[in-house]
Ligand binder design. Structure first.
Ligand code: ADE
Length: 224
C-alpha cells in the first residue's frame, strides 16, 4: 500500500512513521508513506499557498493551484483508489473505515490548514472526507497520521501474532478486556484468579464477560 500525504507542514509528519510498527511495515515493503510539501508546487513568486476568502471574512483559504498541481502530478504516476481530505466536517473515522482503507492500493491524504481548502478541490478531486473526532485541530496532519497508523497496522503481514489486530478493541464491535502481566501480586493488588488457572475455556469466558461489561459501561452506543 502507498500513502501520499499532502501538507504545508511536512515537518509535522517526519516523526510518526519512523517508529515501531509503521517502521517495520515500511522495512518489510508492505507500506510506503510519502510526504509532499504543497508549497513546492506553488507557481506564485512568493511560493504562497493561501489567499483571502472571496466575500470577506477572517482566515485564509488554501489555494486551488498548488494542490491541484500536486494531485495531478501524482495521478500521472499511478492511479489512486481514494483521495481523502481530512477535515472536521468529514464523516467520523472508525475501525470500519480503517478496515476498508487497508484494502486499498494507493491513497492520497490531503491536510487542510487555516480556513480549509478552496471548495473546488473538494468537489473535483476529493473522493472521501474524514474527521477523526468532533473537535478542531490546527491542521489535518495529526489526523492524517492517525489514519495512516490505524490503516497500515491492518495490512496483512504488518503485525505478528503477538500484536494481532484481530483482538483489538472495536474489531468485534466490543472494547478489549483488561490485560495483566507479571507479577501476579504487586503491593497487595492481585491479578484475577481465573487468568492464572490455566483453564482456557474459563479464561475465554472471563475475557468475553469483561469485554461486554466494559463496552456497556463506557461505550453503550457500540451495542445498539
Ligand atoms: N482538521 C482539523 N480538525 C480535524 C479533525 N477533527 N479531523 C480531521 N481533520 C481535521
Amino acid at each position: 500500500m502507498r500513502i501520499d500525504i499532502l501538507t504545508v507542514v511536512p515537518d509535522l509528519l517526519s516523526g510518526p512513521f519512523d517508529h515501531s510498527i509503521l517502521k517495520r511495515a515500511k522495512e518489510k515493503g508492505l507500506a510506503e508513506i510519502h510526504v509532499h510539501n504543497i508549497r513546492d508546487y506553488s507557481t506564485d513568486k512568493h511560493k504562497n499557498v493561501d489567499d483571502y476568502q472571496y466575500g470577506g471574512g477572517a482566515g485564509m483559504v488554501m489555494s486551488i493551484q498548488p494542490i491541484s498541481d500536486c494531485i495531478e502530478d501524482l495521478q500521472k504516476q499511478r492511479d489512486y483508489d481514494e483521495i481523502i481530505y481530512v477535515t472536521p466536517d468529514g464523516e467520523l473515522f472508525d475501525q470500519n473505515t480503517a478496515n476498508q482503507l487497508s484494502l486499498k492500493g494507493n491513497i492520497i491524504i490531503l491536510c487542510g490548514h487555516y480556513k480549509g481548502v478552496d471548495e473546488r478541490i473538494r468537489q473535483h478531486f476529493v473522493t472521501k472526507e474524514i474527521s477523526i473526532g468532533s473537535y478542531v485541530l490546527s491542521g489535518g496532519e495529526l489526523a492524517a497520521a492517525v489514519i495512516a497508523d490505524s490503516v497500515v497496522r491492518l495490512i496483512p503481514g504488518v503485525l505478528n501474532d503477538e500484536t494481532s489486530a484481530l483482538t483489538d478493541s472495536f474489531q468485534d464491535g466490543l472494547l478489549s478486556p483488561p490485560v495483566y502481566t507479571r507479577p501476579a501480586e504487586y503491593k497487595g493488588m492481585k491479578v484475577p484468579e481465573v487468568l492464572l488457572s490455566g483453564n482456557f475455556k474459563k479464561i475465554e469466558e472471563f475475557r468475553e464477560k469483561e469485554a461486554l461489561r466494559r463496552t456497556q459501561e463506557r461505550r453503550p452506543d457500540l451495542l445498539d
